[in-house]
Design a protein around this ligand. Sequence first.
Ligand code: ZN
Ligand code: ZN
Length: 737
Amino acid sequence: MSQPKVLRVAVNAPLARLFDYLPPRQPADLAAASMQPGARILVPFGRQQQTAMIVDTAAESTIPVTKLKHAVACIDPAPLLSDADLWLLRFASSYYQHPIGEVIAAALPANLRAGRSLSPVTKQLDTTEAGASVDLDKLLKRAPKQAALLAALRANESLSFEQLDERIDGWRRCYKALLNKEWLTVSEIAAREQLPGKHLVHAGPPLNMDQSAALAAIRERSGFQVHLLDGVTGSGKTEVYIHLIEEHLRAGRQTLIIVPEIGLTPQLVTRLEERLGQTPAVLHSGLSDTARLTAWRQARNGQAGVVLGTRSAVFVPLRNAGLFIVDEEHDNSLKQQEGFRYSARDLAIARAKQLQAPIILGTATPSFETVKRCDDGAYQRLSMPVRAGGAAPPLLRLVDLSREPANDGISSVAISAMDKTLRAGAQVLVFLNRRGFAPTLICGGCGHIAECSRCDARMTVHLSGNELRCHHCGAARAIDSVCDRCSGTYRPLGHGTERLEDTIRLHFPLHSIARIDSDTTRLRGAMNRALADATAGETRILIGTQMLSKGHHFPNLTLVVVVNADQGLFSTDFRGAEKLAQGLLQVAGRAGRERQQGEVLIQTAYPTHPFWEELIKGGYEKVSANGLEERSRTAWPPYSRLALLRASSHQKNLAQSFLESVKGKLAAIDISEVRVLGPVSAPMERRAGRYRSQLLFQSVNRQALQKLLQDLRNSLEQDAGARKVRWSIDVDPIELF
Ligand SMILES: [Zn+2]
Ligand SMILES: [Zn+2]
């Protein structure tokens, strides 16, 4: 390996291009392995030094050598990322039109981004010459703790912080005094690697016919293949995953499992531990930086046979990848909605294809995109329509709110069904995807509605904190009591989970009730405690938002009440029906999982809306078949590809006129294969003080769209007008506004 002449480096900055540097000057840093693609390097950038990554090397630069700067120092003794890892990052950067440096930064744990060492490090103390000649007897009289520490170090030469913790009480309180006297030095050393925990292996339940058939079909194909494991809640998808993971483990290969943020439950981790005999390396945003780095390292060096993580885990390096699994593949949270807007599912598929490995997409309600890929024959669809153990699917029933008025949000039909269920000793889940006490505060005198001063949105009433909160920007203020327009009195209008809890407590004062939403589970561990109580059966009535609808299994739950699903019926989003059906079936899946059939009551003021017949009589298959037919007629995805250019500014109309000028410039180039729609302002134009607009691009030709977006991105980076607004490109957007 010879030393490269020019290093092509990605810097964490909003610029798409690479930057050329010469190797560092210091001879100590000239190890060739430290200067290969995938290794980090410290470079001068602007007025600072930055940790950057070498993406490429070259014999020469387009910039004259005299103008090139030297890198400051190498960081890694060998590349952190393999060629395959770098390929994924470069692919993601170009497909999602996001600067490579920011993509790499998003893929690395914080400690590595900051330039720290990959190997585990700890600190140790040594005595200096001065420290070695101190009179310990004298010191003992003045400062006995300091003397004890110094004596221990003199007897052992050096001790790590962990060794000191074991031997000397309270040493951390006094060692700084000794450092100040220059009797000690502190230095960083390599720490022992912590290995993933080992557990006893428990046998699983016998497989049913559907599970065995799915496994056989997956095993039949070697190399890259996308398999859709289309199984209703409770059909035993996890059991299929486990059998496949076991096979790959035996062959020495790793499995990467990606789950939505909310689907990563302690239940799943425990189950994998018990069945596979080893703790998966877990990666999610709630971990400490050190824990994340440890998991990342164990994935990279192959110590972790199973890696389980949320969205960004799709980028984790794997020494010997064998299998990819994306659970709840339809879930919107697999697409990042800000900054670097990537789909973890789609990147996992690209990665599996690159590595010629199989990938399983698991869900009870596949996205319409995935259904179409199956219909086209590109993906293999494996159906598991029956709950494992033969339990009957939950019964969906509508409650007509035009005949059964819902006092305080919940109808008498629902109340009596709850009563019956509770008498039978079972649990009830009341689902309402709206937190707070009421979504609106209205003046009884003049009808004035309390609004956020920074958004075009109403304030939500939160009685517990006695305040109004904006769910879009987080602004909060005390509840207005008297209207300053007419001196009338304000009253809350509509229902959120907080108000629903009050109502239900009035009806069922003797039962234990838990509300689980992001307001009640803000403290670390609160969610897990609440779920543990519910699983143990201590909580009889659960009230919650979609936080409660995913992943978690309540063995004694037989009734679900959906308080209000009507907003979804009239959504302007072309994905409205798809999302509504997915959300409803997901929450319905909580009902009646073991011996007893569950029931789902859906309150609606529009029982004759065609969506209900489609869902109740035809199930999700009917909803997706009809939905795809409509999309094919209207040419929405998956029958076309979309991308959005979003812009926002504090000044009204600036974003809109910026997008108009962008559209004007596009007229000069050939965009015959791409439709450009807009610009239009977002339905909620002002959010957190910024006015928002967008331009929509639509094409059936992916290459044509990609080419246009790339040209657009390059020209916007040079465009002075673009600096006056905040803009972003969203490829395959989930939210159109
Ligand atoms: Zn008023
Ligand atoms: Zn707001």
